[in-house]
Design a protein around this ligand. Structure first.
Ligand code: C5J
Length: 233
């Protein structure tokens, strides 16, 4: 039975075999979400990103209940910054640069307290965690190979920030042939107008990059999958 999510620019069809669907949660890490991290050092109001946590938690719980693939990403660099090009290191003009010591440890460095995913969305054992040096989650990571190994064809894309790492990842995924939907209330930006523009760009021209929908629509389709599992033939 094919399950459809009410979405824009038109219905998004989930794969018949739901094991081909993955939830991708981009960079819900303290460095972007909390005062004292990278986002804050760049002068952003980081607390506005907190608004999406309840909806994302609910979506994550639904994926876990169905035993579906969950991918968490973390933007980070090696302690020696060998994977951080000067073009990234020197940009921004913020109070603290990548690798500097901040209140949550070294900014955007793998393993530092500020680099961890916020506790509400902490990965469970067995969930995929991708450490990525770039904005897109496919660049210089094993993500493509992991998704291929699991036979994943469809991605629900969430996280922060909408127009930077979330959009970049969705575009990378689109070019690799994945059917992608950005979950509207599970992604956020420091700039509300950039979020809105990104959603519009994704679904423009007949869904040139993919679909968008609120999490309630996704949850409704996932709930219907459970009903169809127990319904008599
Ligand atoms: C940024 C991200 N904004 N995760 N990273 O530098 O969007």
């Amino acid at each position: 039975m094919s399950l459809k999510v009410e979405a824009l620019p038109y219905e998004y069809e989930l794969p018949e075999d739901l094991s081909k669907l993955a939830l991708v949660i981009i960079d819900m890490q303290r460095d972007f979400m909390e005062p004292g991290g990278f986002g804050d050092a760049l002068g952003n109001d980081v607390l506005r990103l907190q608004a999406i946590v309840p909806a994302l938690k609910e979506l994550l719980a639904a994926f876990r209940a169905l035993g579906l693939t969950v991918v968490h990403t973390i933007e980070c660099h090696q302690p020696d910054l060998s994977d951080c090009p000067p073009s990234k290191l020197n940009r921004g003009g913020g109070a603290l640069k990548i690798g500097d010591e901040g209140p949550m440890g070294r900014i955007l460095v793998r393993g530092e307290p500020g680099n961890g995913i916020i506790p509400e969305l902490a990965p469970l054992p067995g969930e995929v965690v991708i450490h990525k040096p770039g904005k897109g989650a496919f660049y210089a990571t094993p993500l493509g190979a992991i998704l291929a190994e699991r036979g994943i064809t469809h991605l629900l894309v969430t996280g922060v920030t909408t127009e930077v790492c979330v959009q970049t990842t969705m575009r990378e995924a689109n070019d690799r042939g994945y059917e992608c939907l950005m979950v509207e209330d599970c992604t956020e930006s420091y700039f509300p107008e950039f979020k809105q523009s990104t959603l519009e760009m994704v679904r423009a021209q007949g869904g040139i990059v993919g679909w968008t929908a609120p999490s309630t629509n996704v949850l409704a389709a996932l709930a219907a999958s459970r009903v169809s599992e127990v319904a008599p033939a």
